[in-house]
Write a protein that binds this ligand. Sequence first.
Ligand code: KG4
Ligand code: ZN
Length: 367
Amino acid sequence: MTLILGLETSCDETAAAIVRDGRYVISNVVAAQHKLHERYRGVVPEIASRAHLQNINPVLHETLDQAGVTLDDLDAIAVGHRPGLIGSLLVGVSAAKTLAWSVGKPLIGVDHVRAHLHAATLLPIKGSDPVSKDSQNDPGPLAFPALGLVVSGGHTSLYRMTSPIDLTLIGSTIDDAVGEAYDKAAVILNVGYPGGPKLDKLGQQGDPTTHDLPRSMLGKDSLDFSFSGLKTAVLYTVRGHPKGRGAAARFERSIDDLSEKHRIDIAASFQAAAVDALIKKLKRAAQHMAEHDEPPRSLVIGGGVSANSLLRTRVAELGEQLGLTVRIPAFDYCLDNAAMIAGLAYTHYQANDFADLDLPAIASGSV
Ligand code: KG4
Ligand code: ZN
């Protein structure tokens, strides 16, 4: 039995978790900071770093308490050290190094984006009981080769996966990430903060056929994504075409001039277009892998947008259509969390892939 503590502070969630043997989540604590960033309608990096400093120790204690383990019981300490906001990452990385050094445990650096693709294999478990009720629903580890899609606030990336850590990027966004498009459309549609989940909920109530918003395909064979055109289309649909440019631009109307039904229908149409673009590229990517003599055995998604209701349904349908096993994270593991960090760290642990105390925090550059 291998117990790994994971820490995650790459953006605005301070998180710690203890995971057994890479998949069984014994405790998972997340301190979100939504209230602090709400008035700015987006994450303010300096505010996020300060909040991490305040939260990291209480979150760590709660994680150990919930799991009923001490630092001495751990086999390793893992931290998401890239990519992310540099000030935020540094809090988690410094805490992990300090803990590893002071209790004499190995340190493991984990890539946040890869960890999102591990999230679908995590299973909550009570205490350290290997045959708890939950484990009877255990779908097992991922079958490789797999086709992976990370959909978050910073990434929209397709990967060909041959192991949990051997990933080849085969497509990514050329402009906005899909989560970013959700967040920006949420501001335009004035749905509140955090935008993604609120827009998802609002969109479920509307008619997605009312507005034919663009699904950017970027050429016949492209596996890349583009969401900036969709965002602009939502802006013009809500406010009309602007007269003038830049700061001098004047729109025909404001969001307040739209009826509630109209606003909800635009939200639904946005959601349909965003998810359609993701599904079309997933389908293309599966074909691409098959043409390269490596048809995927499973389809896995991860990242904040994998909590999206429509995407979850459509990915499940696509899997059925293509005859692939589909793996979608439980809601607790879609948004940023440390269970995915501790879970993926087990693969590094098995490969004796440990970090030194000079492990850097790296703002950009994932797989
Ligand atoms: O993975 P994540 O927690 O952080 C990053 O690594 O970026 O993803 C956050 C993103 C945000 O853009 C948020 O609006 C989006 O995930 N998101 C959603 C939903 N829940 C979170 N987008 C659409 N529908 C949702 N239900
Ligand atoms: Zn993330």
